[in-house]
Design a protein around this ligand. Structure first.
Ligand SMILES: Cc1cc2nc3c(=O)[nH]c(=O)nc-3n(C[C@H](O)[C@H](O)[C@H](O)COP(=O)(O)OP(=O)(O)OC[C@H]3O[C@@H](n4cnc5c(N)ncnc54)[C@H](O)[C@@H]3O)c2cc1C
Length: 443
């Protein structure tokens, strides 16, 4: 059994790409604890299929910037978008340095694929398992580092804080039942999205926005909590549980959407919100639970080499993509809103950072452009680590102890009740934001 220390220099909540890349960029002389709610591979990062964007060449900057802004309905923060695009080559180089194998052309250069909303191919990929490839390599690198400890089945329940700053976390070990109160000079929330609060989602069920609820409870700023992306194409199923994604790059490579009469009804390469709206409208018109996706326009070799995971999963569900259409339906997929953070991951509470899908730095605006999320998560997690390294100073232990003493421990006695309350807090905040937006539109 792993015995945890009372204090770490940095505590990171989450083992997705954001948490891992943050840990790997913290100075090796600092002790880093990384916790996760389930096993380390139960992160949405692991599930990413399509790929990760990279600025292919300088002349593409304006077009990549415009594609990101257009997809986001121009509600994006231009400073964050610029930082993300400018940092994309560095991120891909780092990943290659960790051993990530991206698809290559015959001359050895990176191969790019295209997805909806992109005006040209600029997405690096590894078959249809890019997330697994990246996460596995980062995990291997993190495990090899002596200063990083990764502990599974430890759930963040709260932060230790006063009205000035964050001093660490309260967490529960799901295996031995211990309640930890851990100090950290810096705490980083990298706890992913909120798909677990929706009935139909591509996300792991454990991702329920706990950190978001904790921030809401402590008055830490949260932005655009109702900006939630629905992915147009997940495999239709009557079974309960996580929905299987049919990557957008399938449409990028030529797959088409068909109605109940097997006729095309929309431009498959529009941004996600537009394609989703078109599918929902068509389903309503046809009185169906799904539309059809035909992958047969994609050359057979391309399907075999690029999408082996999708082919196999569909076969397991009884569909042969080489011979027939597959039924698809929109499902919750991504969270554009989140804990307010700047381009260095800093939240409105000193010593508390938020990176990855749980944060909102304005990169995505109202709707995320495909394959910008892994990039955004990796880049701003690295920037957060660099900011911590640069400004490192130990916390005030007297204040930390006082904040710990002020905790009401009875709150953490029933974890499932508390986590359910957190889900309700997030749902209520989403409804309130929807209501406020409606009122604004009507005014
Ligand atoms: C099916 C699918 C396909 C996708 N494909 C792509 C793609 O091709 N390209 C792209 O750019 N993006 C894609 N995305 C989105 C992208 O994968 C995610 O946005 C990104 O990986 C988020 O990374 P993260 O590190 O912020 O969170 P995650 O990878 O989700 O990690 C969250 C971590 O937080 C932990 N956690 C959560 N709550 C707690 C708690 N209370 N206590 C302790 N730990 C906690 C979890 O256990 C987990 O370890 C896809 C997403 C899905 C679901």
């Amino acid at each position: 059994m792993i015995k945890l220390a009372k204090k770490y220099d940095v505590i990171i909540v989450g083992t997705g790409v954001a948490g891992l890349n943050c840990a790997l960029n913290i100075s090796p002389d600092k002790s880093v604890l990384v916790i996760c709610k389930d096993t380390p591979d139960k992160s949405d990062s692991y599930l990413a299929q399509g790929g990760i964007c990279r600025l292919p060449e300088e002349s593409d900057f304006d077009s990549y910037f415009e594609d990101t802004m257009r997809a986001g309905h121009y509600e994006n923060n231009p400073e964050s978008v610029t930082a993300m695009i400018r940092g994309s080559q560095e991120v891909i180089n780092d990943l290659i340095g960790y051993g990530v194998q991206f698809a290559r052309n015959s001359d050895g250069s990176l191969a790019y694929t295209k997805e909806g909303g992109h005006s040209r191919p600029r997405i690096c990929f590894h078959e249809d398992t890019t997330g697994r490839e990246i996460t596995t390599r980062l995990m291997k690198a993190a495990r090899a580092r002596r200063n990083i400890l990764i502990v599974p089945y430890v759930t963040l329940l709260d932060i230790i804080c006063d009205d000035k700053c964050c001093y660490g976390i309260v967490a529960k070990d799901g295996k031995n039942g211990r309640l930890y109160r851990l100090y950290a000079d810096y705490t980083v929330l990298a706890s992913g999205g909120i798909g677990g609060i929706f009935e139909n989602s591509t996300n792991f069920r454990v991702l329920t926005g706990d950190a978001l609820a904790i921030c809401l409870n402590h008055g830490i700023a949260v932005d655009h909590i109702n900006y939630i992306q629905i992915h147009p194409t997940t495999l239709y199923s009557k079974k309960k549980g996580r929905r299987f994604l049919i990557s957008e790059s399938v449409r990028g490579e030529g797959a088409v959407l068909l109605d109940k009469n097997f006729e095309r009804f929309t431009d498959e390469l529009k941004p996600r919100d537009i394609v989703t709206a078109a599918i929902r409208e068509q389903m309503k018109k046809d009185g169906t639970d799904h539309v059809w996706l035909d992958m047969r326009p994609i050359p057979r070799e391309e399907v075999i080499n690029h999408f082996p995971g999708i082919v196999q999963h569909c076969l397991n569900e009884g569909y042969d993509v080489f011979r027939e259409c597959i039924p698809v339906v929109p499902s919750q997929h991504y969270f554009m809103g989140g804990i307010r953070s700047d381009t260095k991951g800093a939240t409105t509470m000193p010593r508390l950072y938020a990176v990855g899908e749980t944060c909102c730095n304005g990169v995505h605006g109202k709707n995320r452009l495909a394959s910008n999320s892994l990039l955004e998560s990796l880049l701003f997690a690295k920037r957060a680590a660099e900011d911590i390294n640069k400004n490192y100073c130990p916390e005030d232990m007297q204040a930390a102890r006082a904040a710990e003493k002020a905790l009401d421990l009875s709150k953490y006695a029933n974890v499932s009740k508390l986590l359910k309350e957190y889900k309700d807090t997030v749902r209520a905040a989403i409804s309130a934001a929807d209501e406020a937006d409606r009122a604004k539109e009507e005014a």
